[in-house]
Design a binder for this molecule. Structure first.
Ligand code: NAD
Length: 476
């Protein structure tokens, strides 16, 4: 590895931040070192906050139209650099190149969406009780925003925060996952090239997230935290932001039920499951975690799934036709294997398992007779393991599906339109795929109920997370 070409930097005030502390970034394919990134210390973080605060004041004198135009240029630059960004995502995160390309397009979609939403942050004129008053509301950017993002979608989890924040007139400090900082840095460089003010999007890299995030969350200039990651870390951060009553959005973990009724089109359900379970090797927050199969179709569906899994190509995501890359690291593989082991010890049985794999790779597994008391039922598996539960009635499956403390995504397959409506109405999940396994869309609100989070990203709702409503009462 040459230091010259593979050293990259945190970005403060539009400049590369030089430091002696360097973070190693490794390829999940073989754990090879692919780059080193300069880390920030508390002094650098303090400088970034000051710069973001000055930038927020500067942004107050820009128009929503101008910010929308800048976002649109960022969108175009992301598209122009699509291949390079996708290769970087594959190298640092492991997902197959075709999925990385899809992520670039998805990430760019949020930038385009919010370039247009910038102009739609309308206020209102409210009828007053006297003819001597006018009551108005207007919306203003909340201030300096801190964003913390995970490794599983290293581009999209960033654009769906930074784009609405900038559209609303906020400056943004991002701490991306220490496992995937490279694509975040490239995104920020493209934003600066598009015309973002130097303090509008800064990137702080650290291998000690707890220290840095605690510093950011307790700073009086920071007005909002937006976090995507695990429910456990989200809860810790919510405790921190409660101390200063800081506005907080949380996109946390899920435990999605994937329900196939006897009336379902099984081919369509299989396609949906391949998307909802095997995208990113199962490492998505909306991954099908509990697959409920009606007893009348269970055996047939499992046979169809087995045949399909045999066709999957496992390997380095940069290779041709690869469907399944490695898991993010050895700890992720270890966690998946121990969930599997625990389930088997408690009565589940493996009905399909691909060839055993070395390194961070894990072959697909189908596990039958999974029970609610098993750890695998109540934990995000984050691996290509299909956990099957058999059911007989609509009421039974809805009760089982809802009986968890999270509520992000759910999937329902049937050709009975009345049943689909009934079930969609009673599932305690914020996003429901109805005969559809791919639900994410920049135009739709993404988020969770219960312990899956607070707030929504994308859609008409996404920009509100970065706006304050101000009420003006004027007497004439
Ligand atoms: P994680 O919670 O371990 O880490 C997320 C981020 O928090 C990273 O940037 C990490 O450095 C930082 N972090 C970790 N510990 C911290 C601490 N003590 N203080 C401050 N910051 C800390 O999650 P992950 O493993 O990176 O991502 C996977 C999780 O993210 C899964 O639970 C998944 O469901 C969830 N996720 C949710 C969504 C959503 O939209 N709801 C989307 C993607 C991922």
């Amino acid at each position: 590895m040459s230091n010259e070409t593979n050293t990259t930097y945190s970005i403060i005030n539009g400049q590369s931040h030089q430091s002696t502390a360097m973070l190693d970034v490794r390829n999940p394919v073989d754990n090879a070192l692919i780059a080193r990134v300069s880390e920030v210390d508390e002094h650098a973080a303090e400088r970034a906050i000051k710069c973001a605060n000055n930038c927020f004041i500067e942004l107050k004198s820009t128009t929503a139209q101008a910010r929308g135009d800048t976002l649109f240029r960022w969108y175009q630059l992301i598209l122009q650099n699509k291949k390079r960004l996708a290769e970087l995502v594959t190298r640092e995160q492991g997902k197959p190149l075709k999925e990385a390309l899809a992520e670039v397009m998805y990430a760019a979609g949020y930038v385009k969406w919010f370039s247009q939403e910038a102009e739609r942050t309308n206020g209102a004129v409210i009828p007053a009780q006297t003819i001597h008053h006018q009551l108005r509301t207007l919306k203003q950017g909340i201030g300096v925003v801190v964003g913390i993002t995970p490794w599983n979608f290293p581009l999209a989890m960033i654009t769906r925060k930074v784009a609405p924040a900038y559209a609303a007139g906020c400056s943004f400090i991002l701490k991306p996952s220490e496992l995937t900082p490279l694509s975040a840095i490239e995104l920020a460089k493209l934003a600066l090239e598009a015309g973002f003010e130097p303090g509008a999007f800064q990137i702080l890299i650290t291998s000690k997230p707890q220290d840095l995030v605690t510093q950011l969350n307790s700073h009086p200039s920071v007005r909002k935290l937006t976090f995507t990651g695990s429910t456990a870390v989200g809860k810790l951060l919510l405790e921190q932001t409660a101390r200063s009553v800081m506005r907080t959005s949380l996109e946390l973990g899920g435990n999605a039920p994937f329900i196939v009724f006897e009336s379902a089109d099984l081919e369509a359900a299989l396609e949906g499951l391949m998307m909802a379970k095997f995208r990113n090797a199962g490492q998505t927050c909306i991954a099908a975690n509990r697959v409920y199969l009606h007893s009348a179709i269970k055996s047939q569906f499992i046979e169809m799934l087995k045949s399909r899994l045999q066709t999957l190509v496992i390997g380095d995501g940069l290779g041709e036709n690869v469907d399944l890359g490695p898991l993010i690291n050895s700890a992720a593989k270890q966690k998946a294997l121990s969930l599997l082991d625990d389930a088997c010890k408690h009565g589940a049985n493996i009905v399909y398992q691909g060839e055993s794999q070395t390194g961070n790779y894990l072959s697909p597994v189908i596990l039958e007779n999974v029970e609610p008391a098993m750890a695998i039922y109540n934990t995000e598996i984050f691996a290509p393991i299909v956990s099957v539960i058999e059911f007989q009635t609509e009421e039974q499956v809805v009760n089982m599906a809802n009986d968890v403390d999270v509520g992000l995504a759910a999937y329902v397959y049937s050709s009975n339109i009345d049943l689909l409506h009934r079930v969609s109405m009673v599932l305690d999940f914020a996003m429901i795929g109805i005969n559809e396994g791919a639900i994410s869309n920049p135009a739709a609100p993404f988020g969770g109920m219960k312990q899956s989070g607070l707030g929504r990203e994308g859609g008409a709702e996404g920009i509100d997370e970065y706006l304050e409503v101000k009420y003006l009462c004027q007497r004439f």
